[in-house]
Design a protein around this ligand. Structure first.
Ligand code: BGC
Ligand code: NOJ
Length: 818
């Protein structure tokens, strides 16, 4: 379908194995993967860079990582192999010795990096076994030559002193606290274990070692970097014990390989929590029983293989819930594999830890987590349920919310505070999406605290009512919602007026009064408010439904009256009551967010407002690489608009392609029935379609990035901030629900495709509430939208909602468009 040239110079997709295969270590930027999916996590680049943490990248960092280091991506899980005088690393870095062969396979929850040099190959499989608090590194060494070889293997991790922020700042203390123990083949990191911490880390290998190091300075030698450790050049370890400074873990193993022989070593890096009264086996000696038991669960290749198989099986099952089968392999690849995988990662991480998010700054976002959930809920509904309850518990009694919370404590982040007035309505979205997917109305009766205070609890349903009421109580002079610090666009800070470069646009006190209003929140209120009304009806709460409907109708009225600019929706009113995003302005005449939300909500559909708004988006905002956020971008700092005007034109929120909001326009296009344009926008940013732009893009070709530089940028098409972005969840919803048209509804699966006219058909397998629907969609008349008939198991169905069936059953659905 597409005629693009594959840019295969860095790697390719292996769809059968659900892997991206990187064929050179010298990618334009480190290309990473995430290991672990519940408590223990690791970020791992194609050259072995990255770090691990338990639950919280800020408060429980196991290994150290220096962001924005030089050379880029320095520090990670390294192996050094010394073969005669030559030393090399299977992941190329850190030694950067040229390899004879190199390959990195990033798969679903695992990465395998293989290097070969002078007839020795080393392949390391990294993954986190399910339910474990550790990662496995299985190293397979093979001698491909015809002489016996004895090589020396050094492993390497650098411990972080747990609190990642403190670790990078508080050196007057940190250089004196580091403590380790070494026993047999296990290195224990126990800094602060003797006082306030009940946890330690270990690094083990399932074979006798011939030495070790735990002091970084002794391992590297004075003034050396990871690319030139002294012990590796000397070919022997120091058996050093760290006292303060920087503790590390390095095993030393001598390996003899006959011609053709293969040997495996299983390294485990893990985290252990101990009960207060059982921490020690002797004074100052860690009680190791729990750690040794964990290590023993993975001390043979067979045990590792079993755990690896179940991880693969787990992903096989997760990814069998939605499978599209179309003629377009890029579409299949994106929908069936990588988009869903990224949804899992964003659900787990929110915006906390990536190669652009340092893991110390952002915690979990209230709005971010609610949105991530909409692309994840079909994968593991129970985890989505728990997440909703956790997020809702950080809401305030007045319906507003902490903007962020920490995953370890699940408490609102006081340093960031609240007052982002879009936050409340995202909870309505996530909860209604959850109920539509699962049919689990019981979640609405759960008692959930406000501000984590159990004494202040109400039903979850009441939380939604308070979200809704927060908006209705906070309207401005045009009948539109007050914006607070910001709405979805963190950088449109209309009440901030900041002149001090040392203050944050988001968290400084806003100017008194806060008059500015947001059209984005207005559209959001109508869109999710409609979902709220529908929910009330499902629950037979008729009065609440009509009360809410009244407010929605009046909001629609205010939008039509006060937020329509003639050809598009305004973006806001500023603190002086002046229009933002109007043709009257010199810069930023039009913004994407209000076009997205108002068209998704179908506001003014009959009067042609949706058409006009979307035509304006196409004319002014769309470009080759996607749809930019605003146009023309600000060229100077405008104190009344805030951070948005601080970015150079074409980057981030100032004229960048902020991918998160592109699917809003795709969905808007499907509201007006334009399947051609909806899908064209989809292919503009979907990673699977960028195979001719890999080099330009720089970031991983298998995942969405938050931002692609826009048409006014100096480097249009260059992506930044890959992985952790609401783009993943929203694009998944746009393609699967609005374009392919398979949409969960309270009473069953609703079928409503909006596709390019040339498509003749496609099939979708959807497992929904335990029932498998095999859906064949035919488009004999080449339409974009509209259904002529639906049959289920040969019988025709009234309307477009598929009936519910017994769990475990399978049903054949034939949809004829026309
Ligand atoms: C970024 C936003 C981000 C915000 C809050 C801004 O600098 O441009 O994308 O959400 O900071 O961290
Ligand atoms: C990134 C934040 O995580 C997200 O919440 C926000 O909506 C976007 N930036 C846009 O500013």
């Amino acid at each position: 379908m597409t005629n693009q040239i594959q840019d295969n110079s860095y790697g390719y997709f292996d769809d059968n194995n659900k892997e991206y295969v990187i064929t050179t270590p010298k990618t334009p930027y480190p290309w990473i993967n995430y290991l672990g999916d519940t408590d223990y996590f690791s970020l791992l680049s194609n050259t072995g860079g990255g770090y691990s943490f338990y639950k919280d990248a800020k408060f429980r960092r196991l290994t150290r990582y220096r962001y924005n280091n030089v050379p880029v991506d320095t520090g990670g899980k390294y192996f050094y192999i010394k073969d005669g005088e030559e030393a090399w690393s299977p992941s190329w870095k850190p030694l950067k010795t040229d390899l004879d062969e190199y390959e990195c396979r990033h798969g679903m929850g695992y990465t395998r990096i293989r290097g070969q040099k002078n007839s020795i190959s080393s392949s390391v499989l990294f993954f986190v076994p399910q339910g474990e608090q550790l990662e496995v590194q299985q190293m397979t060494l093979t001698n491909h030559g015809d002489t016996t070889k004895t090589i020396k293997v050094f492993s390497f991790v650098e411990w972080c002193l747990w609190n990642a922020e403190d670790d990078m700042t508080n050196f007057q203390r940190n250089f004196s606290t580091g403590q380790v123990e070494v026993k047999d083949s296990v290195i224990y990191h126990k800094t602060e274990y003797r006082e306030r911490r009940d946890h330690f880390a270990f690094y083990a290998v399932n074979a006798p070692i011939q030495g070790f190091d735990t002091s970084r300075d002794e391992f590297l030698g004075d003034y050396n970097g990871f690319e030139a450790p002294q012990v590796v050049s000397n070919g022997q370890p120091n058996n050093s014990i760290a006292h303060g400074w920087s503790p590390i873990g390095s095993h030393y193993i001598e390996v003899t390989l006959e011609p053709g022989e293969t040997k495996d070593y299983v390294f485990t890096l893990g985290y252990v929590e101990m009960p207060q009264d059982d921490k020690w086996e002797a004074p100052a000696v860690i009680n190791k029983t729990k750690a040794l038991a964990a290590i023993a669960r993975f001390d043979t290749v067979d045990k590792v293989q079993t755990a690896f198989n179940s991880l693969n099986q787990y992903w096989e099952e997760l990814l069998s819930k939605f499978i599209v089968d179309s003629d377009d392999e890029r579409l299949n690849r994106g929908v069936n594999i990588w988009n869903q995988y990224q949804n899992m990662v964003t659900f787990n991480m929110s915006r906390s830890a990536s190669f652009f998010e340092s893991g110390i700054g952002r915690g979990m976002g209230f709005r971010d987590s609610n949105q991530d959930l909409i692309g994840f809920v079909h994968l593991v509904p129970d985890r989505a349920r728990q997440r909703i309850l956790d997020i809702a518990a950080t809401q305030f009694e007045d319906g507003s919310a902490y903007h962020q919370y920490q995953p370890l404590t699940k408490r609102g982040n006081a340093a960031v505070g609240g007052n982002f007035n879009d936050d409340p309505m995202w909870l309505v979205q996530s909860v209604t999406v959850y109920v539509k997917e699962t049919g689990d109305f019981s979640i609405l009766d759960e008692q959930v605290p406000y501000d984590n205070d159990e004494t202040k609890s109400t039903s979850l349903f009441e939380h939604l009512t308070r979200s809704f009421n927060f908006i209705t109580r906070n309207l401005g002079e045009h009948g539109l919602p007050l914006i607070g610090r910001a709405d979805w666009n963190d950088c449109l800070n209309l009440n901030c007026f900041s002149t001090d470069p040392n203050e944050s646009f988001q968290t400084t006190e806003n100017k008194e009064g806060g008059r500015a209003e947001s059209v984005m929140i207005a559209g959001q209120f109508v869109l999710f408010g409609n979902d709220y009304v529908e929910l009330c009806k499902q629950l037979d709460k008729k009065e609440e439904a009509s009360r809410a409907q009244m407010y929605i109708d009046s909001m629609v009225g205010s939008i039509k009256e006060n937020a329509w600019d003639g050809e598009w929706f305004l973006r806001a009113y500023d603190a002086f009551g002046k229009k933002v995003g109007t043709h009257e302005a010199k810069e930023s005449k039009i913004f994407i967010e209000s076009q997205g939300f108002c068209t998704m909500a179908g506001i003014g559909l009959e009067e042609g407002l949706v058409d006009k708004s979307l035509n304006s988006v196409n004319e002014h905002l769309s470009c080759d690489f996607g749809i930019v956020l605003n146009y023309p971008a600000f060229t100077e700092y405008r104190i009344e608009y805030g951070e948005i005007s601080t970015y150079p034109q074409g980057y981030k929120e100032n004229g960048g392609i902020f991918c998160h909001n592109n699917p809003w326009i795709m969905i808007g296009e499907t509201v007006r029935g334009n399947g051609d344009l909806a899908f064209e926008y989809y292919t503009k940013i979907a990673p699977a379609y960028q195979d001719d732009k890999v080099k330009l893009h720089k970031t991983e070709p298998y995942v969405y990035a938050q931002m692609i530089a826009g048409k006014e940028a100096a480097t249009p098409g260059q992506a930044k901030n890959s992985w952790l972005t609401g783009t993943a969840a929203w694009n998944y919803v746009a393609i699967t629900q609005s374009i392919l048209g398979i949409k969960p509804h309270y009473n069953g699966l609703q079928i409503d495709p909006c596709i390019p006219k040339v498509w003749q058909g496609y099939a979708v397998k959807r497992v929904y509430r335990g029932v498998t629907y095999n859906i064949q969609i035919n488009n004999p008349k080449n339409v974009s939208k509209g259904i002529a008939s639906i049959t289920v198991d040969g019988k025709s169905v009234e309307g477009n909602i598929l009936p519910l069936f017994d769990q475990g059953s399978s049903h054949e659905v034939i949809v004829t468009m026309g």
